[in-house]
Design a protein around this ligand. Structure first.
Ligand SMILES: Nc1ncnc2c1ncn2[C@@H]1O[C@H](COP(=O)(O)OP(=O)(O)O)[C@@H](O)[C@H]1O
Ligand SMILES: [Mg+2]
Length: 233
């Protein structure tokens, strides 16, 4: 879906993020402008160090830019107070990471319930929702397993269920298949794509795997903090 007559869900405008490292300034993002439309499955490619994670952190409200703007649903994130930015992170975005970032002492169910605990969802309701999400991820028979008792692909599916727990509009997945074999990776990509195409969420996926990018609706490629290519697979 790339209807240029719809309003972008995410608009990134002249985005810069510079880091001072001693005498040197690292331009992790060096003037990035693009839009993502509602319900798109959107790819971000680029070599290691090209600025992909920095870009996702800024869209996710985990970091603030040096200059430029990130507009989501018409709101400029860079103008939000810390409290409003925290609410944005809690309710509008869900993150999926390469290393899963599950809590090892908690079961799959407890991991998925955790963001809802923080959002003060009542226990019965959050338990029911966590079970439902894990079933949607094909993990109905793994509710009480801890991460160490699950395969990589299963762990990532728990992480996707957790990312969905507060019903976000946007999913930000940073190399979600980077630690998976090709079969498990393909399943994770299929699930993420279905969140966009079947549930209408907007999904951004970072990957340098051409087979992953081939599944997206549209992609950009970063090099040294700039967009060097935009395309449709
Ligand atoms: N917190 C930071 N402090 C200093 N440099 C950083 C920081 N975060 C990222 N960088 C630098 O910014 C560049 C882009 O990093 P990153 O966004 O992580 O790239 P990618 O995810 O594409 O591998 C790299 O050169 C990296 O070393
Ligand atoms: Mg990265």
């Amino acid at each position: 879906m790339n209807a240029s007559n719809t309003t972008p869900l995410i608009h990134v405008e002249s985005l810069h993020r510079h880091f001072r490292m001693g005498e040197e300034i690292v331009r992790a993002l060096d003037g990035v402008t693009f839009s993502v439309y509602p319900g798109e499955f959107f790819g971000i490619m680029g070599a290691s160090g090209s600025g992909k994670s920095t870009l996702l952190y800024l869209i996710g409200g985990l970091d603030r830019p040096t200059s430029g703007r990130v507009i989501v649903e018409g709101r400029d994130l860079t103008a939000l107070e810390e409290n409003d930015l925290a609410a944005y992170r809690r309710h509008t975005v869900g993150f999926v990471y390469q290393m899963f970032h599950l809590i090892p002492t908690m079961t799959a169910l407890q991991n998925v319930e955790l963001p809802m605990m923080i959002a003060r969802v009542p226990p019965k309701q959050r338990r029911a929702r966590a079970e439902d999400l894990l079933r949607q991820m094909g993990l109905g028979d793994r509710l009480h397993h801890k991460p160490i008792e699950l395969s990589g692909g299963q762990r990532q599916r728990v992480a996707i269920a957790r990312a969905l727990s507060n019903d976000p509009t946007i999913i930000l997945a940073d190399e979600p298949t980077g630690n998976l074999d090709s079969h498990a990776g393909a399943e994770v990509v299929r699930l993420l794509k279905s969140l966009a195409h079947e549930q209408g969420r907007t999904v951004l996926i970072v990957s340098h795997d051409p087979q992953v990018i081939a599944q997206t609706d549209r992609y950009i490629r970063l090099r040294d903090g700039r967009i060097v290519e935009e395309g449709t697979p």
